[in-house]
Design a protein around this ligand. Structure first.
Ligand SMILES: [Zn+2]
Length: 319
């Protein structure tokens, strides 16, 4: 990834790659639902390139499909163009989309309609288990972690990947892709890989994808896949992080608020009650202090969206 390299253009297709046939499990991976998070797309490209190198000796026992979420925003290098594409997946919003006139779609609804069509096409041919992994990254530094939607299967996947689990996001945010699986009857998880531009984020996503391919049975564990190397990489990236945390607070940014996170915070960093975290208010000068002691999650270091930061507490892993 050289800075000058042309990575995405008008000819970049939504489909990053597909491999394997319709028998067996189906793993659908989406990336760049937020257009400023290209790491997942790079990771998908790497995994499909490796699969192509190893084929035909590598026997896929199911199907693997990689899709770009918000193409237009990815080309623009922005989180979104008109509205956050990761807030559009509740049953109500999906029904609105189905009932709506495509000619009146917002930029993100157009993307959503195309992405849904590609997913539905895969679902129609699938016979086995369906798992959807939505790859994201964060504006601040972060270890990789998995966000779950209450299904036991998503916790099994987190264990197989060796990543911490974030509980309670759905209580705080409506309409993420975690809702899509619940609406359509398959397993959906969100995988956060690290900081948006960091090379380690691409690596974390690449490793997580291989481990998910194995955990879902799309590929069998075999030496050429170097799964141990991927497990070690994830273990290094998550060293010292609790296995499971639960969100207890979301700082919601008001529409007219000028919000600035103080520099240098990382996800899963411990903060003290009363610690100054950000400046906000209409003036952009009101101190925002942590109301509790806890773990800071996803501090916002980019200009779009209403989530300033989250605070979480370590919890025992829910079996
Ligand atoms: Zn995201």
């Amino acid at each position: 990834m050289n800075a000058g390299e042309r990575l995405f253009g008008a000819d970049t297709p939504r489909l990053v790659g597909s491999a394997g046939g319709p028998g067996g499990p189906l793993l659908i991976a989406t990336a760049a639902i937020h257009g400023n998070e290209p790491a997942g797309v790079h990771a998908l490209r790497r995994v499909f390139a490796t699969i192509a190198e190893l084929e035909p000796e590598l026997e896929l026992r199911g199907r693997f499909v990689g899709l770009i979420g918000n193409r237009a925003a990815l080309l623009a290098g922005q989180r979104y163009l008109e509205s956050d594409m990761n807030r559009l997946w509740s049953k109500r919003k999906l029904a609105e989309l189905e009932a709506g006139d495509p000619a009146l779609d917002t930029a993100e609804q157009k993307e959503q309609r195309e992405l849904l069509l590609a997913i539905e096409r895969e679902l129609a041919r699938a016979h086995g288990e369906v798992v959807h992994v939505d790859l994201h990254s964060t504006s601040g530094d972060s270890p990789p972690f998995l966000v779950q939607n209450g299904e036991a299967r998503s916790l099994e996947l987190a264990r197989a990947l060796g990543v911490p689990v974030l509980h309670g996001l759905m209580k705080n945010i409506d309409g993420t892709t975690l809702d899509l699986g619940l609406a359509k009857g398959f397993t959906s998880v969100v995988l956060e890989g690290g900081q948006n531009e960091a090379e380690s984020t691409v690596e974390n996503h690449e490793s997580a994808l291989w481990l998910t391919l194995c955990a879902t049975g799309v590929v069998a564990d075999e030496p050429r896949l170097e799964l141990e190397r991927h497990r070690e990489r994830i273990a290094r990236s998550t060293s010292g992080i609790p296995e499971a945390v639960e969100i207890c607070l979301r700082y919601a940014i008001e529409p007219q608020e000028h919000f600035t996170m103080l520099p240098g915070f990382k996800s899963f960093e411990r903060v003290a009650q009363g610690q100054l975290l950000a400046l906000g208010g209409a003036s952009g000068e009101r101190p925002i202090r942590s109301p509790i002691g806890g773990l800071l999650i996803m501090p916002r270091y980019q200009g779009q969206g209403q989530d300033g930061f989250f605070l979480a507490r370590a919890v025992g892993r829910v079996a």
